[in-house]
Design a protein around this ligand. Structure first.
Ligand SMILES: [Zn+2]
Length: 313
């Protein structure tokens, strides 16, 4: 519990207790009126109320993606608190971001590739990583552009979807496997017209697809000339060029690329790869970003906080 934001958890528990107390009182009075065992009824209804609120509150964090009630319910359950760090995705302050040790699962990850000190990585509410907070901060500064653009978001990420929802910006989402997405699309064979989108977001997708060059050429095709691609992927700053999976075993992928379903890691040639695909490439400048959103890089060593902001030539 130490690494969680105590205020946020305390807030939920307090509300759950208050709610269940009211619940119990009402049922106690109703039972008295009906001539039943009031004490037993109060205990059962208090327990049921407590459980219901706790389940609903914690579930809400992971279901916010689906439901538009996020904004008003979460505003009640998760009031913004003062704190040292700030998540621009969900708009909340915390004492710290959290260290989430999902990478300890060696069947899926290589913990050696998560070697940095990481007390402050994941947002306690929306689970944003540093890279999401960089994109959200960039988005805050480009509100008018985003409001007037036709946006397609590949493999939508909860934290950024919350940002879009909070700002009332409509985005079309696409994924090959995730049924929640608006469009079921294979990024290497997009069933979309040429030049039909103004901005495409595509974060941490290219390391999963069989042919990343084909994916980039498809992205180039569907973005209008002068349109924008916001893209990121794992980068090993020591590598001269992209390193591909040549063996195809899960163990080897985990060892080389850190995660069971990563087929490659990119290297110093990332810009050239994007340029070859027809993009004028720049990166989001993180030097000027506030410390409160970005205490560290990570979570993996290959998460270098490099977000490419490309113009389609
Ligand atoms: Zn957040």
């Amino acid at each position: 519990m130490r690494k969680y934001d105590r205020n946020a958890v305390f807030n939920i528990v307090l509300k759950a207790v208050l709610f269940s107390a009211v619940f119990a009182l009402v049922f106690c009075l109703l039972s008295l009126a009906a001539g039943l065992n009031a004490l037993l009824s109060a205990v059962i209804s208090a327990a049921a109320g407590l459980l219901a609120v706790l389940m609903f509150s914690f579930l809400l964090r992971y279901t916010a993606f689906y439901f538009s009630y996020y904004s008003f319910v979460s505003a009640f359950l998760f009031k913004d608190r003062q704190g040292k760090v700030f998540c621009p995705c969900c708009g909340k302050h915390f004492e710290r971001f959290r260290d989430e040790r999902y990478y300890a699962d060696v069947r899926r990850f290589n913990p050696d590739m998560f070697s940095r000190e990481r007390q402050d990585v994941i947002c306690d509410f929306c689970r944003s990583a540093p890279r999401h907070r960089i994109i959200a901060e960039w988005a805050e500064r480009n509100l008018e552009l985003l409001r007037s653009s036709k946006i397609l978001y590949f493999a939508p990420e909860l934290s950024m979807m919350l940002w879009f929802r909070r700002h009332g910006i409509r985005v079309e989402t696409a994924d090959l496997f995730d049924k929640r997405a608006d469009l079921k699309l294979d990024i290497t064979a997009l069933d979309l017209p040429d030049g039909s989108r103004d901005i495409v977001f595509c974060n941490h997708v290219l390391e999963h697809v069989s042919d990343y060059e084909l994916a980039l050429s498809e992205l180039h095709r569907i973005i209008r000339k002068g349109g924008m691609l916001i893209i990121s992927f794992p980068i090993d700053p020591e590598l001269d060029e992209v390193r591909e999976d040549t063996i195809g075993s899960v163990q080897e992928r985990i060892r080389l690329f850190g995660q069971h379903d990563h087929l490659r890691v990119f290297g110093k040639d990332s810009r050239e790869i994007l340029a070859r695909a027809g993009f004028e490439t720049d990166t989001i400048d993180i030097a000027g970003l506030p410390d409160e959103i970005l205490p560290v890089t990570g979570p993996a060593d290959y998460d270098t906080n490099t977000i490419f902001c490309c113009i389609r030539e």
